[in-house]
Design a protein around this ligand. Structure first.
Ligand code: SF4
Length: 212
């Protein structure tokens, strides 16, 4: 697997970030599914999920550091008021400068993270998607507004419960069938949620809409 960017790389304290892409779309997953949102995708991830649908983001060296002002200007010129910061794993980087600049423009800021690196920045919503091979940090669990657990096999329901035990009482809980296993795991996820109704089902609706 490619290595994550090391802190000594010249990111200027988070004023430049390895931008993979930024684009206007509809959030497809979780609590905010269906909401138009501007996505900012950062490069670099060291978690290595087998079924990751953004493997092209893993090597941050493919994405030269980009000034935060440029990204914020593009985001602010979009009609959407919601911004999703995703990756890769965005918490590899200090997100204070980016999120503060977005907030100055009056934008709502959502984070998608595996929670494997220290939390930085200010967010209106934190979606934590924990991964068994590299569990999240306690501080990210405590801050999560939404826990989104990808389920691929039966044993993932136990992992979902272990993760739920680490988040706050008010955190919303989602089971999201892994896309390539959805035909097999979906009925199990549905039955699990019906038997344990604090869990909700999240579907990757953007894949049905054929949008990023
Ligand atoms: Fe991909 Fe996210 Fe897993 Fe990283 S944590 S490998 S970006 S699914």
């Amino acid at each position: 697997m490619e290595q994550a960017m090391k802190p000594q790389e010249p990111l200027d304290g988070g004023r430049r970030l390895p931008l993979v892409e930024d684009f206007y779309t509809i959030q497809g997953e979780g609590f905010h599914a269906g909401k138009p949102a501007y996505f900012i995708r950062l490069g670099g991830c060291d978690v290595g999920c087998r079924w990751c649908d953004a493997k092209y983001t893993w090597n941050p060296r493919l994405y030269p550091p980009t000034g935060v002002e440029l990204v914020v200007e593009r985001a602010a010129s979009c009609p959407a008021r919601a911004i999703v910061i995703t990756g890769g794993e965005p918490l590899l980087y200090p997100l204070g400068p980016l999120t503060e600049a977005l907030r100055e423009r009056g934008l709502e800021i959502f984070l998608e993270t595996s929670g494997t690196h220290p939390l930085s920045g200010v967010f209106d919503w934190v979606c934590l998607s924990p991964k068994r091979q590299q569990p999240p940090l306690d501080a990210v669990c405590a801050r999560a507004d939404e826990l989104k657990v990808i389920v691929e096999r039966e044993e993932d329901f136990a992992w979902a419960e272990q993760s739920a035990a680490r988040v706050s009482a008010g955190c919303l809980l989602y089971l999201q069938p892994e896309w390539s296993a959805r035909e097999r795991i979906m009925p199990l996820a549905v039955e699990y949620a019906k038997a344990h109704p604090r869990w909700n089902i999240s579907i990757q609706t953007h894949k049905y809409m054929h949008i990023p």
